[in-house]
Design a protein around this ligand. Structure first.
Ligand code: NAG
Ligand code: NAG
Length: 469
């Protein structure tokens, strides 16, 4: 709104809309039509539609931000939305407008998330949607093209299946997708080469076609120093977003740094470059660990960490914190000052307890903070989602670490993505039935074509777990 008002665009937009000229607002493009918003505010909107945009209430038992594929209920005939009432569309937001008697003539659909909030509005040629048609796969594209989408059976927020691509340069200088065992990506051959599982843009396109609900790109060498302009990941994002119409997340190397030529970059500049190239969310690893340690020590939010800066400018829903913990068995929970749990399977020496130690620098260095303490701290600092890995399970194919995922997903009220260890379709239904994870991520089994994404979804559906088909 600040920018619209400063440039005179706000007034121009209001008179354009009042003349019933064709308009489609997306997300904030819907919210700014209302009288005001509580986000960073109150902030005055264009005031064309009666109502205030407020925050979701997580005391209703829902996780905030509302991230993922949800079903909408059509309340009034609307050319562009006809027939999508039974399909999933992608939402990512913490604030929403509510239907009321005063705005009833505008509301064309609602979505249920704790309450029924406004999913779309329509009057004459003026349309706006809270969800993201440009990220809602074939259904979203059909909205934009005003075509009829295929029928479906959506009824609630779907569990997400995410494909992750670990990207790095191999020894020949080619950009490859790789995958290791417990973070070791080199082949155990004489040449010791980086394992090559395909090209990032091609694989992302393939996973989109196969039904991935999201694609994550991780620069696994991102903790080294680099000149911002040279990041090949920016090209990967630009090309991938031409053909992949689901959310893209990018991680690795998002922090303040000074390059070899003495040029200083803020993490906000790095993130901005990723967002402009097509990323929807950025993922922060090591830097969030240091920020959380500092916060727990001083009990003060400095506002200076990359996590805080980026979520302040782009919103919590744009910032994922990636946690890389390692399981440390304990004979007695009193042996550590961090949160420990009773484990389902005892340790090698019969230990009944464990804590999960956070690591940095691609799992190379253990830190004096647990995954539980980290998760709670980063939620307070502004993280919108947690990507929960586990070094012990990574690449093992024996299933997710249910103890860890239950611990963390019950500790925070932001969505948690379960990662590390998927080896079969049953591992996905297990993690969704035994924990409160909102999404599950896998890499190796998709790259090696051992378990196709489609089979995962069909299995989940058979088990009565809602997914986007
Ligand atoms: C990953 O980060 C490293 C350094 O931190 C950089 O040199 C490399 O170009 C990045 N890779 C991609 C794919 O952007
Ligand atoms: C999900 O969270 C609720 C509330 O925190 C808890 O009671 C429930 O046991 C959790 N569900 C699973 C499957 O872990």
């Amino acid at each position: 709104m600040d920018v619209l008002n400063k440039t005179g665009m706000g007034e121009a937009l209001s008179s354009y809309i009042e003349q019933d000229r064709p308009f489609l607002g997306i997300c904030l493009g819907l919210q700014l039509l209302f009288e005001s918003s509580d986000e960073n505010g109150p902030v005055k909107g264009l005031g064309l539609i009666p109502g205030v945009v407020g925050r979701f209430d997580s005391s209703n038992g829902v996780r905030v931000p509302h991230i993922g594929w949800n079903a909408i209920q059509i309340t009034r005939e609307s050319q562009i939305l006809d027939d999508i009432g039974n399909r999933h569309v992608y939402f990512v937001h913490s604030y929403r407008a509510m239907p009321s008697d005063d705005n009833r003539e505008w509301v064309s659909s609602t979505c249920n998330y704790g309450d029924n909030f406004i999913a779309s509005i329509r009057r004459g040629n003026v349309h706006a949607v809270q969800f993201h048609p440009e990220k809602s796969g074939d259904v979203g594209l059909s909205v934009l093209r005003r075509q009829k989408p295929a029928q479906g059976k959506a009824s609630e927020l779907a569990k997400r299946v995410i494909a992750c691509l670990d990207v790095r340069t191999n020894d020949k200088g080619d950009l490859v997708v790789t995958k290791g065992d417990q973070y070791d990506v080199r082949e155990h051959t004489k040449e010791n080469e980086v394992r090559n599982l395909g090209k990032p843009v091609d694989l992302a396109g393939q996973y989109y076609k196969d039904g991935a609900d999201e694609v994550s790109f991780l620069n696994i060498t991102g903790f080294r120093d680099f000149p911002l302009g040279d990041l090949p990941m920016l090209q990967v994002l630009r090309h991938a977003s031409e053909n992949v119409f689901v959310p893209l997340t990018v991680g690795g190397g998002i922090r303040d740094f000074t390059d070899a030529n003495g040029r200083y970059y803020s993490s906000l500049e790095v993130a901005a470059e990723y967002f402009r190239s097509g990323a929807d969310k950025i993922s922060i690893g090591s830097d969030a660990v240091y920020a959380a340690e500092e916060y727990l020590k001083t009990k003060v939010k400095s506002g200076k960490s990359s996590l805080e800066q980026i979520s302040r400018v782009y919103g919590n829903q744009a910032v994922v914190v990636s946690i890389d913990p390692r399981r440390v068995y304990l004979k007695d929970p009193k042996d550590v000052e961090f949160k420990s749990i009773r484990v389902t399977n005892p340790g090698p020496n019969g230990e009944q307890y464990a804590w999960y130690q956070c690591t940095v620098n691609g799992g190379r260095e253990g830190r004096p903070i647990g995954a539980y303490e980290l998760a709670k701290a980063v939620e307070e600092l502004g993280a919108g989602e947690i990507l929960l890995n586990c070094i012990d399970c990574d690449g093992q194919g024996k299933g997710f670490d249910i103890d860890l995922i239950k611990l963390i997903s019950d500790a925070v009220s932001i969505p948690v993505i379960a990662s590390s260890g998927a080896g079969a379709v049953e591992h996905f239904s297990e993690v969704f039935s035994k924990t409160n994870a909102s999404a599950a991520l896998a890499a190796g089994i998709f790259h090696r074509k051992e378990v196709p994404i489609q089979s995962v979804k069909e299995h989940l559906l058979q088990e009565g777990i809602e997914v986007r088909m």
